[in-house]
Design a protein around this ligand. Structure first.
Ligand code: SAH
Length: 261
């Protein structure tokens, strides 16, 4: 069933009006007909199974809600990826793969060893728009209940502050100079255990750019309460490290989560 994302204000009673670019997609690309069923997600926690009721209104597709259910495609944990700005278009690959793996939010971060420099406001805004489009497309393809947000570029200090304010207990820094993968196993399994108590923690994952972390950044992160972990005995590229961490957290939390047993 085709999936589209709506805001709750489009939902009145048992009707939902689809508007915007999805209307053209439904009418002219997919050529859906009245009576066809589509899934409308409120991008928070609910998916509505709907039937297309009226295609005649310009710029609108009127749908009737047949059934509403809790979105079952989100992880039981919020993962925020703080990605050291990588070179070229690696960010697009990182966004796409992390959205498929259940990451909730992605924040591009300037770090000391970043090679790319921040451009002017207009170019950054254009890039951010493209990155959010990639997130939307990956969310649709992978059947996410939400469209993960790709935030504006932050510096390391701002990123640490945001992460510590959201959940100071779960600041994770995969560090290339850290030894012993047990630290990651311990962090992930302890977090999975905390889920059983009904909490929904936010795990902030900090990944360095191609040049890695500067020692001073690791010290700053540790002062903010971060746990440094190893991702194994090999050095992963920056575009590999974030999705590896997301996959491990996804595995630990989804298999550790009763509702999926
Ligand atoms: N230039 C560095 C590697 C940086 S890789 C070097 O060659 O040594 C980019 C980021 O991926 C790192 O900053 C870290 O966050 C993560 N990473 C890569 N391999 C890792 C590993 N084995 N353990 C933990 N983190 C790793």
């Amino acid at each position: 069933m085709h999936r589209f994302y709506i805001d709750e204000q489009q939902h009145m009673g048992n009707e939902i009006r689809v508007t915007g670019e999805d209307v053209n997609h439904i009418k002219n690309v997919l050529r859906l007909k009245e009576g066809d069923r589509i899934l409308l997600c409120n991008s928070v926690d609910t998916d509505h199974i709907c039937e297309i009721a009226d295609l005649s209104e310009k710029g609108t597709v009127l749908c009737t809600v047949l059934e509403s259910k809790k979105s079952d495609s989100e992880l039981p944990v919020r993962i925020v990826l703080y990605q050291g700005l990588p070179k070229k278009d690696k960010m697009e690959l990182i966004i796409q793969k992390c959205v498929e793996l259940g990451v909730t939010e992605i924040v591009p971060v300037t770090m000391k060893r970043c090679i790319v420099k921040i451009e002017d406001e207009k170019s950054e805004a254009k890039k951010n728009l493209r990155w959010n489009e990639i997130s939307r497309a990956a969310a649709k393809q992978s059947g996410r209940g939400i469209i993960p947000k790709v935030g504006r570029v932050m510096n390391f200090k701002e990123a640490l502050k945001k992460a510590a304010s959201e959940d100071p207990e779960h600041l994770l820094v995969p560090y290339e100079n850290e030894n012993g993968i047990l630290s990651l196993k311990k962090f992930a399994s302890e977090m999975a255990a905390s889920l059983k108590k009904g909490s929904k923690p936010t795990v902030s994952v900090f990944i360095g750019p191609e040049g890695g972390f500067d020692e001073s950044e690791i010290e700053e992160a540790k002062t903010a309460g971060a746990t440094t972990v190893s991702l194994g005995r090999r050095i992963l590229r920056t575009e590999t490290a974030g999705l590896t961490t997301a996959a491990i957290l996804m595995y630990e939390t989804e298999t550790g989560n009763d509702s999926l047993s």
